[in-house]
Design a protein around this ligand. Sequence first.
Ligand SMILES: [Zn+2]
Length: 128
Amino acid sequence: MFSSWLSLGALRDIDKLCGRYNSRALQVKRVCRHCSIPTMACDNAFYPWQHVMPDAVHALVVAKDVDGLKAISQHDLKNAFYNPKLDIGRNPRGIHGMTPGEPLHVVDLGLFKYALEGFYICLEMNLK
Ligand SMILES: [Zn+2]
């Protein structure tokens, strides 16, 4: 699954699938397609973030709340992945939870560390 997502293009391009802005400039309110952390707070590991939920984004689109969408760095578009008739699995976070992790979450000591451990285990190599 992970490799097929990567074949779609660079991780930044996956923002397009989520309808998220493709910029991480300081003027952009949110820096992540997965969570609510504001760009200006992404250096705070203890920020009380929440997952981006497709229903919340879709509700803003339906309400034509362009300012609300701008506040969460989402484009005003009809996202095919929000269509309940499209079976994309049971992840309640939908496309926002199915795409590969943001570098801000997986590089350094995040999931990247566990991915390396998994590779070593698969190669039957001892980390210690
Ligand atoms: Zn995030």
